[in-house]
Design a protein around this ligand. Sequence first.
Ligand SMILES: [Zn+2]
Ligand SMILES: [Zn+2]
Length: 268
Amino acid sequence: MKYGGNTSCVELVLGDRIIILDAGTGVRMLGNCLLNREIKNYLFLQSHTHWDHINGFPFFAPVYCEDVNIEIRAGHLSTCGGIKKVLSSQMCQPTFPVPFEELSANINFHDFVAGECFSLGDGIEVKTAPLVHPDGGTGYRIEYDGVSVCYVTDTEHTPGTLDQNILDLIKDADLVIYDCTYTDEEYPKFVGWGHSTWQEGIRLCRAAGAKRLAIFHHDPSHDDVFMDQIATEAAREWSGAFVAREGTGIELSNEAAQPMSNLKAAVC
Ligand SMILES: [Zn+2]
Ligand SMILES: [Zn+2]
């Protein structure tokens, strides 16, 4: 209730450009918000396509608007059918009444291989890295106006070894949003499930010189009391760590991430 029950969806606002990181259930409310703001062009960067990262897409209201342009990129499907096939396969009867072909928005798809870098124009640069997750996954680093934000979920670590791909991706980043599904204490029960811990997030950020860690992708069995405890322990362990909460807005400038006291309330 306090930290949010929707699944993965993060909005990045870079000047006039909007990037949406994953289409989990949180994208439903974001879609309504974007329409209210009269924004009509968006780019989705998908970490991967497990249900909790795509289930909101059929409920993203802009897909039913003719004057909307959407581009969707993914880095884990170029050898197995592509992102269009996966997204459209969740929108067919009898599991969903509106076929993908009937969506009104102009939707373009782009598959790449995790590890590639690309420019998005307007000074936006994207670096990517493969993640350790069942069915694959892609971590992103988005750079704009001297600020860097990394989105690294879902991924599993190997205890005692820092993932070099992630270290390279998040080097000196202003903000790292990291898969902290479990705690180090819980992790041994979930080896092979494809997720990491908040403690590993701190170890990675410290080693890479990153400035802030957003503890992200909460285990749904963790209630508010448990999440409060993680917030306290993580802040004690490293002052750069905080627990992500649904609706939180964070303003980053090229001077450094703003301190928590300056976090802006969400606009949606
Ligand atoms: Zn997953
Ligand atoms: Zn997930």
